[in-house]
Design a protein around this ligand. Sequence first.
Ligand code: PLP
Length: 400
Amino acid sequence: MLSNRQLFLLNTAQTSNSPRLIEVERAEGCYLYGPGGKAYIDLVSGFAVSNIGHRHPKVLEAISEQLAKYLHVTVYGEFVQAPQVMLATKLLDVLPGRLDSVYFTNSGTEATEGAMKIAKKFTGRREIIAAEKAYHGSTQGALSLIGNTEYHKAYAPLLPEIRFISYNDPKDVERITSATAAVVLEAVQGEAGIRIPDREYIQAVRKRCDETGTLLIFDEIQTGFGRTGRLFAFEHYAIVPDILLLAKGMGGGMPIGAFVARKEVMDVIKDNPMLGHITTFGGHPVSCAAALASLHVILDNRLAADAERKAQLFRQYLRHPVVREIRGIGLMMALQLDSFAQVERVSTYCAANGVIIDWFLHCETALRIAPPLTIDDHEIRQACDVIRAALDNCLHDPAQ
Ligand code: PLP
């Protein structure tokens, strides 16, 4: 009989030739458990999803309460479903008043798609500006915004009238003009290997968008829900975007995303033609119930507030001659090494010794560290001891 690992390679579509192949039997808090009970400290959080850890009891409780009521009942936007209403209301409660209408999706890339559509229809313009090294999702519209030409070449033609500016470069801000429908920016570039923009740069983009009537779409799919030390990263820059993209950490482990905008912008999908953006499963009631519970956990436990202190512990414990730089904001960090070989070596050693770390789509010479915000000081120390031992190995083999 074939093992699960063999069946995975045989029967499920592969996205690369080198999957991690860690077999997971269960997960709890900051830990994943494999066959035989092998424990791993999760420093990736399922790629910035498990901000409150795995299987948080409050999320499980909310899910089981909703399971007892109803699952899917109809397409998005028709029936009044309390979990959607309550989640939208709570989100708007914690967001600035300028963002006052929520559209729920199943994923981040769908949030990007919806946002591009409302921006084009609201402004009547076609040009969209994105940043080099950006990542906003994998569907064809979102992929058109990817700041990596290899993907453009492989999947062309993508959307027309997409222009790229260099991220955090004030000189490029002028390229936003009155022909630009929207500028789409990550609040912090995640897949580029954690690139944190200057506050002045983001403020200059905001100002230029105001001058040109361009909508500023802020992608907080990776930075949202406490990850950077604030509930949302736009708070660091003292600006409010016109459209906010959410997903990943939103659902407490359940699939959900959203784009949030001013009502007058959102309303363009209602008519002419009607049903301008529809989804069957967007805002699934179980996901909404989980997301609401997760948001309460983040707020009630002030998880965002402790992220920077915990990040300092990582910085302290991970000082090492092989580490060139530790970039980060809150618990969204990159450990810059010299080569992919080192990254691979360190992450393989860590996995074998019970710590999950990974790298980035557009930056394969850095290690991704984005643990659940609930990680405790002892777990941080334990995980860093393993990473340091892995880094020592690189030191002892100068070839790598
Ligand atoms: N935007 C950012 C910044 C992301 O990091 C991701 C996923 O990694 C996405 C969008 C796409 O989200 P999803 O994978 O849920 O479609």
